[in-house]
Every structure is written in structure tokens, then in C-alpha cells.
Design a protein around this ligand. Sequence first.
Ligand code: SF4
Ligand code: FES
Length: 272
Amino acid sequence: MSQRKIQQLTLQIHRGQLHRSAQVDDATAPFESVVSEGFDRSLLATLEQLRAEHGTSEPPFPKFPGAGSDGCSDGGCGKCAVLVNGVAQLSCQTTLQSILGKANKKTAALAPLSKFPTATGLVVERQKQRDAGATVATSAAALSSCIECGICFEVCPNTGSDRSFVGPLRLVVAAGSFDDQESARRLSLGEQGVVGCHGAKNCTAYCPQGIDLASEIRDLNGKVRRQLWRSLFRSSSDYASSSAEPSQAAPQERADEASPADGGVVDSSKDD
Ligand code: SF4
Ligand code: FES
């Protein structure tokens, strides 16, 4: 007679920023629960059930994003993103079986997204994401299915509070108006823009909507390079035509006219 394999998964639910603290007491210790059935359910549904069972105990059950009527439970609102064993994913689209199966894990450590400021339980403040979202709807067609979950910002190795890179989503939003907005051009050229992207492509790999942000950024990079070349070419032509015409001006005045202070690309070689 074949014996049925008994599956168990320990859910370890961390509490906000406290899980990074060295101090561990009743208030900071993660909530732990062993689940031994219902592996085809989503992580979000499991959290809902655990909250119903333990919500009133002390310390209280940690808050989690996408709970109850706040979330859609269907992958459409982007609110339920959390870290599962360090990987950002939507809890309503993650089954317990997928956690057990993929990484053969016996423990699922749940933590809030790490690159957004304050957190309570598993819930983070996603103002940065909402700032970007204000223009997502009207920007690049590639973002039409974006649910503003914040996962692309979380998984990018070049984002974080100590980095100036605005992140893949905001960069692609800016790319949508690159051609006709000076502010978008500056964003694309500055350190916080395309220069800040080092091509890791995590944004594309982890986006739950399958949006190829990395390709959008690569296209933007191409536009920026072409614009730089055009500016350089214009500067050299201007310089060549002004050198070819005899000038009445003194040598120092001619040097001033040729300076890049009129808004072109600054040629640092002139500083040598
Ligand atoms: S682009 Fe993808 S990963 Fe980024 S916020 Fe939108 S849906 Fe989430
Ligand atoms: S609850 Fe809406 S995407 Fe998960």
C-alpha cells in the first residue's frame, strides 16, 4: 500500500522593518504557522485564513497587503506584492505548492518589499510607485497592462534609498514623452536616467505582467545616444563654419563664441 507523502510548510511572517533589527522579542519575532493542507490555495488566501484564526491574539497577526476588499485577489491591482524567501511576487498569484515545489523549501519567509520606506507587517508605503503611476496610464503603450505593483523597482539592483536611479518603470514612463518634453530629456540623460540602468534585466524577468521593460529602456538608450551624436555633430559643424569665415573679432572673443554654453553638449575635452 502506497503511503501518502505528508507535506508541511512553515510560514514565517515578519513584521515590518523590525525583521532587520538585531533585537528579537515578542513584538519583533515573526509570526510562525505550520500549514499542512490546502497547498493549491494562494498565499494571499492562506494569510486571510490565518488572520481569521489568529487575528485577535497578542501580538496581533501582521498586516499584509491586498487583504480583504483592499485587494482584487486576481492579479489585477498590484497591491499584494511581498518578498517570499527574498523573491518579490504577488501573493494572490503564488500558490503554496509553487513555494514548496520550485525551491523545495520547507519554510516560506514572508517579508515586506525592502526598497520602499516604512512598513507595517508586510505592508509598505508605495508613494514612489504612485508618483510614477500618475503618468503610467498616459505613457508608453508597453505599460498599458502595468498594475503598479512595485516589483520592477524592488528587483532592480540599481534602485534603493542610497541610489539616484529612478527605476525601470519611471524611466519607461519618461521614455513615452522623450521626444517632446525637455524634462523627460533631462531625466533620460541624467545620472538618475538611462545611465543608472546597467542592463541587469531583472525588471523584465520578474514583472508579473510580462512587460519587457528592459527592451523599452534599451530603445530609450538608443534615442539618447542618437540625440547626443546629433548634438555633437551640430557643435562640430557650427565650429567648422565659424572657423572658415574671417572674423573681425579678437581671438578671445572668438573662443567665447565657440564655447558650449549655448545649451549644446558640454565637450569636456576643451578643459584639457
Ligand atoms: S512594469 Fe511590471 S513589475 Fe513594474 S510596476 Fe508594472 S506590473 Fe509591476
Ligand atoms: S490582490 Fe490584486 S494583484 Fe494581488
